[in-house]
Design a binder for this molecule. Structure first.
Ligand SMILES: Cc1cc2nc3c(=O)[nH]c(=O)nc-3n(C[C@H](O)[C@H](O)[C@H](O)COP(=O)(O)O)c2cc1C
Length: 451
């Protein structure tokens, strides 16, 4: 490490009304948040004034769940919200520094579309774009793309591997100075600086060239959020930021060292990939105030919504036929997200929870790390994880918006700054610079160097 003190990275992970499943019902919630552009401008501007590295928009290409009894009582199962790559360029126009990470699925897109949109967002925002590459986990999304069910877990990762390579290849279409746009000579671009792909994949045949110039960051930042075995391999080979969910410092440390340990075989340094677990903070001036705040929002959960949350997170396991106040039964593996399923059932076993207790336990953070406490307690725990090698930073998941983000910024961040753990000013111009990530070299440079 250089003499400079290591500081943590922060993302503001935004769900429209906040992360708690009943957030939209809170008296201070912006209930129409998913369709309210000014709401997102306000959030981005709060996060930027607080010097967050990025805002992160999760997404699904369809509502999650077909159970109307539950769906009509919830605002966060992608029921009504903006598509991120459409929303973020508009927010870029009213901000200067904050980065934008948008989710897009490799299962229900074509690589050319994704390469083009993110390269465009990178230009429009002046180098502040990141792509959260997900494979998607629900059949409900598959139903919107001509399929009766989702691809099998292994297949969607095989497709994702190839998808990521095609997108990165397309982002390398143009050398940095490929566009002289010389009005005298009449040369708009230099054909020697255009690189065409070799269209030979199993899933995709893409020739290029990409019809967007090289992105200001070289490549938009590549983010990944799957934690299964193939998810980790894909991240180790391609990702620069990994979002992840852990309940305990032990699990977070094990994940951190496992993933960082995989980088060397791909010729990468440990610092080339930043690991940012989610944290769901309920902030109170006293412990009692924090607990009362949390209880107020927990009381707003309808049991049907709680059960459907478990159904979604366990990859389609239906617990409604079991007694709600009885133990969580042993359940079969499904085709859904492996890591989240495991996390859920490990938690139920560890804490000996009933079905109702399990959904109450995860209704806020959905498997992420939840802290209900004072600013000092929250800062202590974040510092502990950071110093112990469990995290390079955190994805902050406000319980409700906008108030939960204000709480974190006004009460927890001053404590983090006081400890020298978080910046007071942006150091860089681009998302990549702020995160401390290298600019990818254009492959043509390697070719020249090797000759
Ligand atoms: C912090 C975080 C954010 C995620 N955001 C999304 C998302 O926006 N859309 C999505 O379809 N999946 C999202 N996921 C799910 C993962 O990307 C991944 O597809 C899922 O965990 C299944 O992969 P796995 O079996 O490798 O864990 C997210 C996961 C985490 C931990």
């Amino acid at each position: 490490m250089t003499g400079k003190r290591r500081q943590l990275r922060l993302g503001a992970f935004l769900y429209p009304t906040g992360h708690h499943i009943a957030a939209w019902r809170h008296p201070l919630a912006q209930a129409d948040a998913g369709s309210n552009f000014s709401h997102y401008v306000e959030l981005a501007q709060i996060a930027e004034a607080a010097k967050f590295d990025l805002i992160f928009m999760a997404d699904g290409v369809g509502t999650r769940g077909a159970d109307t009894e539950a769906l009509h009582r919830t605002a966060i199962r992608y029921v009504a919200q903006f598509e991120p790559i459409t929303l973020l360029p508009a927010v870029a126009a009213v901000t200067q520094n904050i980065g934008f990470v948008a989710t897009a699925s490799t299962s229900f897109n074509e690589p050319y579309h994704i390469a083009r949109k993110f390269a465009s967002l990178d230009h429009i925002s002046g180098g502040r774009a990141g792509w959260n590459l997900v494979t998607s986990s629900s059949d409900h999304e598959a139903h919107n793309f001509g399929r009766d069910e989702h691809y099998a877990h292994a297949e969607r990762y095989e497709r994702a591997e190839e998808f990521a390579d095609v997108v990165r290849g397309l982002w390398d279409t143009w050398g940095e100075d490929a566009f002289p746009r010389n009005k005298q000579s009449g040369v708009y671009y230099d054909p020697d600086k255009q690189h065409i792909l070799n269209p030979k994949g199993k899933y995709f045949k893409v020739r290029g060239p990409l019809n967007v110039a090289r992105a200001p960051q070289g490549h938009p930042v590549l983010v990944q959020a799957g934690s299964s075995e193939p998810g980790r391999e894909l991240a180790a080979r391609t990702a620069e930021v990994v979002f992840t969910a852990h309940q305990t410092i032990g699990d977070a440390k094990a994940f951190y060292s496992d993933l960082k340990g995989r980088l060397a075989k791909y010729g990468r340094d440990r610092d080339d990939l930043k690991i940012m677990p989610g944290i769901f903070p309920v902030v109170g001036r006293t412990q009692q105030e924090a607990e009362e705040k949390f209880a107020q929002i927990q009381d707003l959960i309808h049991p049907a919504v709680g059960l459907s949350l478990l159904n979604g997170m366990s990859g389609g396991v239906d617990l409604s036929q079991y007694p709600i106040d009885g133990p969580v039964p042993d359940l079969p593996e499904t085709n859904g997200s492996k890591s989240r399923q495991k996390l859920l059932f490990d938690l139920a076993r560890r804490e000996n929870l009933t079905i109702r207790q399990l959904y109450l336990r995860i209704a806020g953070a959905r498997g992420h790390w939840q802290i209900v406490g004072t600013p000092v307690q929250i800062a202590d725990l974040m510092e502990e994880w950071f110093r112990a090698g469990a995290a390079d930073g955190f994805n902050v998941m406000p319980p409700q918006l906008p108030t939960g983000l204000y709480d974190f910024v006004e009460h927890v961040l001053p404590e983090m700054r006081h400890r020298g753990l978080f910046r007071s000013e942006y150091q860089g111009r681009t998302l990549r610079e702020n995160l401390g990530l290298k600019v990818p070299e254009h492959p043509a440079r390697h070719a020249v160097a090797a000759e």
